[in-house]
Design a protein around this ligand. Structure first.
Ligand code: COA
Length: 384
């Protein structure tokens, strides 16, 4: 079977962009990706746009046509929505379409503009990705849902408050080396423990922030263009679980992650230990610890120890979230899955500057929607 090649990548700075509109952010990232690939934009056969809630965040729907029009392209253009996994799922749709042989080249854009709303309204908008009838109606929001998951993990496996904090400390440290990150300040465990409570046991510094940003990736059939440092998308997994937490058998694992990871590992014909680096969905610190376990980087219940031992730091055995993750690089919800891809491509191309991991051959990206109702896992390989 043909492989899917990454021909180009682009990304805007993540943070508050009061001076730029959603369309400007999307175009900025797209043009970077097209220029990076060095191809004529008219070679693009289709566009996929990952976006969670532009209608509520900025009052603009119909992004497929909007962004294609801004780029001067009259090709099929589709918006994909799967809450915070919208970007990852947009990549999957482009990947499958290229593998089907129907198209040669697709531009995938992830974009979200969140900071135009005050936090209370952004929180309500984000909560539309939970179960309206059983969760949001009763006032529970995403920090609250992940706080319940954290409590149960601490109860069942002895995961400590300090181990949760270490995830934020690591990701701020990585973000300090990433020029596009929203928060480039280093923090300590004490800073996390003394930051304002949001939903016990999670404090402000356990949470990903509210962010504006866009990322883009140009995917092509293997021999469609020649690139100097080829990176390939070699496997894609996608699964769903119940949207509401109370309907799940376990609060301490995300079944969708396990299923999507299994699908991706089988397609790539590899085991978790063959992954060199990963970008995982750390929307809250507990989410990264559970991702280690569900992706097979450690045994169930051992995620807290993995972060404590420093294995997921830049110089550890499996560096995780070299970008700074959602926590510190920022989390423009619909853009996150594409940003994760951009980060691992930079790493595999050896273009990640001060946060470069040496000798990485294979990377994994893990993008979650809601409290684990959707998960998309991709595996990427260096081709030079
Ligand atoms: N991490 C680090 N610093 C943060 C931060 C975060 N997550 N969120 C805000 N800050 C900083 C701000 O930069 C600001 O710093 P300053 O005073 O030096 O300027 C300060 O904290 C207060 O910012 P503000 O925007 O007033 O915070 P807030 O209380 O309105 O919002 C949260 C904080 C945690 C409630 C908000 O970021 C949030 O809801 N995060 C979760 C988003 C989410 O659920 N995403 C979907 C996941 S599934």
């Amino acid at each position: 079977m043909q492989k899917v090649l990454v021909a180009g990548i682009g990304i805007t700075k993540f943070g508050e962009h009061w001076e730029k509109s959603l369309r400007e952010l999307a175009v900025e990232a797209s043009l970077q990706a097209i220029n990076d690939a060095g191809i004529d934009k008219n070679k693009i056969d289709a566009l996929w746009i990952g976006n969670m809630s532009s209608g509520r965040f900025i009052g603009q729907e119909h992004l497929g046509a909007l962004i294609a029009g801004e780029l001067g392209l009259n090709v099929p253009s589709t918006r994909i929505e799967a809450a915070c996994a919208s970007g990852g799922l947009a990549i999957r749709h482009a990947y499958l379409s290229i593998l089907s042989g129907k198209i040669d080249c697709a531009l995938v854009i992830g974009v979200e503009k969140m900071t135009d709303l005050p936090t209370e309204e952004a929180t309500i908008t984000l909560a539309t990705a939970s179960d309206q009838e059983w969760e949001a109606y009763y006032g529970v929001t995403f920090p609250g849902l992940y706080a319940m998951i954290a409590k149960r993990h601490m109860h069942d496996f002895g995961t400590t408050r300090e181990q949760l904090a270490l995830v934020a400390v690591k990701n701020h440290e990585h973000a300090s080396l990433n020029p596009i990150a929203q928060f480039r300040n280093k923090i300590t465990v004490e800073d996390v423990l003394s930051s304002s409570p949001v939903a016990e046991p999670l404090n402000l510094l356990d949470c990903s922030p509210i962010t504006d940003g866009a990322a883009a990736i140009l995917l092509c059939r293997e021999n469609f263009v020649k690139v100097e440092k080829p990176v390939y998308l070699v496997a894609s997994g996608h699964a769903v679980d119940t949207i509401a937490l109370h309907e799940r058998k376990s609060l301490t694992e995300l079944k969708a992650t396990k299923l999507a990871a299994k699908m991706a590992y089988e397609e790539a014909k590899i085991k978790p230990k063959e992954i060199d680096i990963a970008e995982v969905h750390d929307c809250f610190t507990i989410a990264e610890i559970i991702a280690y376990e569900d992706l097979g980087f450690c045994e169930k219940g051992e995620g807290g120890k993995l972060i404590e031992q420093g294995e997921t730091r830049l110089n550890g055995s499996i560096p995780v979230n070299t970008s700074g993750g959602l926590k510190a690089c920022g989390h423009p919800v619909g853009a996150t899955g594409v940003k994760q891809a951009v980060e691992v491509v930079l790493q595999l191309r050896e273009e990640a500057g001060k946060r470069q991991v040496k000798h990485a051959q294979r990377a994994l990206t893990h993008n979650v929607g809601g409290s684990g109702a959707t998960c998309v896992v991709h595996i990427w390989e260096k081709g030079f």
